[in-house]
Design a protein around this ligand. Structure first.
Ligand code: SF4
Length: 366
């Protein structure tokens, strides 16, 4: 089986770990990939669900790794490939002068990405009628696994250590949406500026579309090289159902913001995250991707993962056949549009661990 398809299968079904302690700690709750574990398969480090209900029943099994973290993945007793686990980052052992462990400020994603949620609260999260149904941003905060507001100085300190001790290559700064018309752009800009003063690390900022295009200029001037503004779903019906608060920011508003951001950050340096499997049909996702690519926006399509404790925890993940159809076609569209994950300076599109998309791009899977 080509690696792209194996990764696609694993991300749809999840895996059972014979040794649940394999690899470094997996995250549960929080923004971004959760209930996953990072694994490297054929040189690609990907996030694979391990704590979700489908993963507990998955036909794919990862054996207990050896002392060097190497293992094998099998199905029905047949070995499908070799797997290794990224080691626990060394910066996790450090704390700030006031006693906050660095891992509560930023975490390692995949193999070489430093990720932080600058503001671990969101105007949409407190209300059942507004919250994005897939989001777990408040869970890690409630469990004491992070702090609500990471200061620029804390982020700079952790980023410097993560580069020096663990060789991280880029940084993702996301944020819950604060009250205010900048939608988080201001705190991303001040955080990026502080990190850049401390260490040379490419940064992606992720926020909702701010109210004025000047915020793109401000973020770029502060050191944000790549920008993510995440549609999550592409049809008004699905957006209204799964993200009733965020759906008030219309698709038109997002597309206007993409058109304004690309000239500032550059073609291919603006991206969006699309969760496939929430109800948007294949055709609608591909039509949206075509429109995005024409604007110079990289559509990072990832399979939806039902995170425990969220309103969508029982929603099934998409089938690997559904994802294969989308990712194969999307990889071809990206090639025609001359957009590549490997050209992105920082962020989820460059990391690629939450989707098999970049492996489809690499392998040219049709
Ligand atoms: S794709 Fe984004 S969210 Fe997923 S592991 Fe990479 S940096 Fe984290």
């Amino acid at each position: 089986m080509p690696t792209a398809q194996l990764i696609n299968e694993l991300q749809s079904c999840g895996v059972r770990l014979v040794d649940p302690t394999a690899g470094h700690e997996s995250r549960r709750g929080g923004a971004g990939p959760s209930d996953h574990k990072a694994m490297t398969i054929d040189g690609m480090t990907v996030m694979v669900p391990v704590h979700t209900a489908p993963a507990f029943a998955s036909p794919y099994v990862v054996e207990k790794p050896d002392a060097l973290g190497r293992s094998r993945i099998s199905r029905d007793g047949v070995t499908l490939g070799k797997v290794s686990f990224p080691v626990r980052p060394r910066f996790y052992d450090r704390s700030t002068a006031d006693g906050i462990p660095y891992w509560k400020i930023a975490v390692l994603h995949s193999r070489d990405v430093l990720a932080t949620t600058v503001l671990q609260s969101c105007i949409r999260y407190q209300s059942r009628t507004k919250t994005c149904q897939f989001c777990a941003i408040g869970q890690s905060l409630a469990a004491g696994r992070t702090i609500e507001r990471k200061t620029p100085a804390q982020l700079a300190e952790v980023a410097k250590a993560a580069v020096e001790l663990d060789g991280v290559k880029h940084m993702v700064m996301t944020t819950g949406t604060p009250p205010g018309r900048d939608r988080g752009a201001a705190i991303l800009a001040e955080s990026a500026r502080a990190v850049k003063e401390a260490v040379d690390l490419p940064i992606q900022g992720q926020c909702e579309p701010p109210d004025a295009a000047i915020w793109f200029e401000r973020m770029r001037a502060a050191g944000v090289e790549s920008l993510g503004m995440h549609l999550e779903a592409v049809t008004p019906e699905v957006r209204q159902r799964v993200m009733p608060g965020k759906a008030q920011v219309s698709l038109e508003r997002y597309f206007d913001a993409f058109a304004a951001a690309v000239p500032v950050f550059g073609r291919g340096q603006v991206s969006t995250y699309i969760l496939a499997g929430l109800g948007d049909p294949t055709e609608a996702i591909l039509v949206a991707c075509e429109k995005l690519i024409a604007l110079g926006v990289y559509p990072f399509v990832v399979p939806f993962v039902p995170i425990s404790g969220t309103p969508l925890e029982s929603h099934p993940p998409p089938s690997s056949a559904f994802m294969h159809e989308i990712l194969g076609a999307l990889a071809r569209m990206l090639r025609s549009g001359d957009l590549r994950a490997t050209d992105i300076k920082a962020g989820c599109g460059r990391c690629g661990a939450c989707s098999a998309l970049s492996t489809y791009e690499r392998e040219g899977v049709a």
